[in-house]
Design a protein around this ligand. Structure first.
Ligand SMILES: [Mg+2]
Length: 226
């Protein structure tokens, strides 16, 4: 049984992963589902935070916030935006470009996750929904603010790459969430009307982008909070 909670804005929020039949009851015309990756498809946000904190330890950066506040700063925010926030923190390597920072963060993330069992970051309920959607002929696309290289590696680790006919990464987009461009691009390249598409997003940044596309949006609140 899916629990629906209405928030104020009003975005439909789900606190558990629905089955396809539950989704079709609410969205009978459903032809495609677009997933955000981190925090929506995969329970990876806490590992992003750990990967970032490791940079701090390795390079002597002194964050002016607690780990909890830092986690809040990172969730749903693309790494180039995180860089803009943290580049002025005490100890941050002044010679680092955005790319240096993102590469270091992604390296730490992939190292961390390579030691984590898949079930820890891919719930079986998500896998069930992917299987049901694929069997029913729905089109699945992934729309993420992460770079192509780390996205492909995470999807490979989770063993879910083949479910997605389109994988749109930060590298494919001239504008990034919360701009709707990535989701509008997904509508274009999957040749679907916004009325027939449902987007799952977990962060405020991502929800803003999804809403801007005009497609149906559900806020995914089904991963345990870090
Ligand atoms: Mg997310």
């Amino acid at each position: 049984m899916v629990t629906f909670l209405m928030s104020k804005n009003p975005i439909l929020t789900m606190v558990s992963v629905p089955t396809l039949s539950e989704l079709k009851a609410s969205f009978p015309a459903l032809k495609a589902i677009f997933f955000d990756m981190d925090g929506t498809l995969l329970d990876t946000e806490k590992y992003h935070t750990q990967a970032f904190l490791k940079i701090g330890r390795d390079y002597g950066i002194v964050p002016p916030h607690s780990a909890e506040v830092i986690h809040g700063l990172l969730v749903g925010r693309a790494d180039h935006l995180v860089f803009d926030v943290v580049k002025n923190w005490p100890g941050f390597p002044t010679e680092w470009s955005t790319k240096n920072f993102v590469d270091e963060k992604n390296k730490n993330l992939l190292t961390l996750l390579s030691n984590v069992p898949r079930a820890e970051f891919l719930p079986v309920s998500i896998l069930s929904l992917l299987n049901e959607a694929q069997t029913s002929g729905l089109i699945l696309a992934l729309v993420t603010s992460s770079e192509r290289i780390v996205t492909e590696e995470l999807l490979r680790m989770a063993q879910v790459r083949d479910y997605f006919s389109q994988v749109i990464t930060r590298d494919d987009c001239p504008k990034h969430k919360p701009d709707p461009w990535p989701y509008l691009h997904a509508l274009t390249i999957t040749s679907h009307e916004k009325e027939d598409v449902l987007i799952f997003e977990d962060s405020d940044v991502g929800v803003a982008a999804a809403l801007g596309s005009g497609a149906h949006v559900i806020k995914a609140d089904w991963h345990p909070r870090a």
